[in-house]
Design a protein around this ligand. Sequence first.
Ligand code: GDP
Ligand code: MG
Length: 163
Amino acid sequence: MSFTLALVGRPNVGKSTLFNRLVGKRLALVDDQPGVTRDLREGEARLGDLRFTVIDTAGLEEATDESLQGRMRRLTERAVEMADVCLFILDAREGVTPADEVFADILRRKSAHVLLAANKAESNASDAGVYEAYGLGLGDPIRISAEHGEGMGDLHAALMPLA
Ligand code: GDP
Ligand code: MG
């Protein structure tokens, strides 16, 4: 039995970077289709010996008439319904922002099973942001750098019980 992990969080925190790292080139054909907008991208992830489905809430970056807040809520709620667990990602360099609080609130209200990741944590400059993340009350943040591939062992350990 495998599981489905949804990557949620405000634009620019690194969801797609992590998605691409987990999925690799296995979605390249889908991504390359011109003019195809996909609110939720799904891929087959590999992390060490783990195989699971990962969902990127990608629709937040697209310009539409719908407000960002509305899209955040709609996409996050859909992702929560599709997934066994959500990885709520924030940008550790920026710490916890008001938009992050909105996501935390949605996730709490949906009683989603949530893991927290503090991304962009490849340098000490992110330490303060990582500590701030503890204050969200969503458990201990997993310190990662999606871009540099750091913290993947800790992410693996956090996901292991779900496999
Ligand atoms: P998304 O909007 O949440 O999907 O974020 P993206 O994956 O598109 O990343 C937004 C920006 O953050 C891009 O410029 C990435 O290169 C950058 N980024 C992603 N992960 C990291 C990281 O671990 N460290 C740093 N420094 N930058 C990152
Ligand atoms: Mg993205």
